[in-house]
Design a protein around this ligand. Structure first.
Ligand code: FE2
Length: 133
């Protein structure tokens, strides 16, 4: 897709508005995911980029509806938002389903044998570890 990263960054920033912490987290995760992709061999680049930038969108509806978020609620609230956002930019349906699966599984033991899920989890782990410091 042309300018996919640009389109996704716009979706991300429109969605999180001035929640700069979440925006920066997603951009940092994308940075590490891109590094990991250089060493990996089989993956769909568009899926990794979309998953990296959108993996935490479930946080916002979870906090709005429940007043909190955790790994479980992110996995619950994230997928419908991701589906809506990616449909809006015409993201290919087969790839879209993979991103939805990844977002719905990024905080629990992997149920999908996707290299893109492993890449996202590793990148998210690196960034989460850094943010703890
Ligand atoms: Fe994350």
């Amino acid at each position: 897709m042309p300018y996919l990263k640009g389109q996704l960054i716009k979706l991300l920033t429109d969605f999180f508005e001035n929640d700069y912490r979440r925006i920066q987290h997603a951009v940092d995760v994308l940075h590490y995911a891109e590094n990991i992709m250089q060493k990996a061999d089989e993956y769909d680049r568009d899926v990794v980029i979309a998953a990296a930038l959108l993996h935490d969108v479930g946080i916002k509806p979870s906090e709005k509806e429940l007043g909190y978020n955790n790994g479980k609620t992110q996995e619950q609230y994230g997928p419908p938002v991701v589906r809506e956002l990616l449909t809006r930019i015409g993201f290919p349906p087969d790839k879209l389903q993979k991103v939805v699966d990844i977002v719905g599984n990024h905080h629990s033991p992997s149920r999908f044998d996707y290299p893109e899920l492993a890449i996202l989890k590793e990148a998210d782990r690196i960034v989460n570890r850094q943010e703890e410091c």
